[in-house]
Design a protein around this ligand. Sequence first.
Ligand code: ZN
Ligand code: ZN
Length: 227
Amino acid sequence: MKCDFSLKHYREILKLALKSGFVITNFRDFDKVSNRPKVIILRHDIDVLPKRSLELAKIEKSLKIKSTFFVRVHGQYYYPSGQTLKILKKIKDLGHEIGLHSEARVLAPVFKMDLADLFLSEKAILEEVLKCKIITASEHGDLGRPGNFWQNHFFKKIPKEKVGIKHYSQEYSQFHYLSDSLQNWKDGCVCQNLARYNHFQILIHGEWWGKGAKAEMTKLNKTYAKI
Ligand SMILES: [Zn+2]
Ligand SMILES: [Zn+2]
């Protein structure tokens, strides 16, 4: 088994996790499996390209896995309308949870809006266009964020109940956290870590997975760097 960012290896990772006795869940259904001995919360932050996340969503569906896909409302590369909305609806219709990938903390000062109000607006837009209730959130932070960005996260300022949220990613910080950031697993690929811990929060960025993903991202980044 070769560790890479191919769809083939994505399927291998999930199959190995299931074979190793892990329950793989989204945030929405976590309470139903919280007493199981080995649990993976599987999370996708859709930062750039929803179409690549859809491919991963299909693989998960074929393995009867339902994860959480966090969606941006006013992202630099996409927003939930037109063709993108169709893709997001497909992900939802496969049974996955849709969560809000909020940018309220960065954008509230830009829009001169109240922080909680902007968050609620983002949530209302997603609920309206995708016809689903949003109860889970994570925050988007671009790579240039200051070092204390995650320490001072949104839910340290606003109680989750105030904005209708039941789960947010930082609540699960006791779980071993693995992220595929820029095709770089800091502690090795998921498949190399499964024997080391019993509880994981695994963060996937779909735009880095599948054939030609790296080249596509390099091209996109160059295009945006010129603007
Ligand atoms: Zn691997
Ligand atoms: Zn993000």
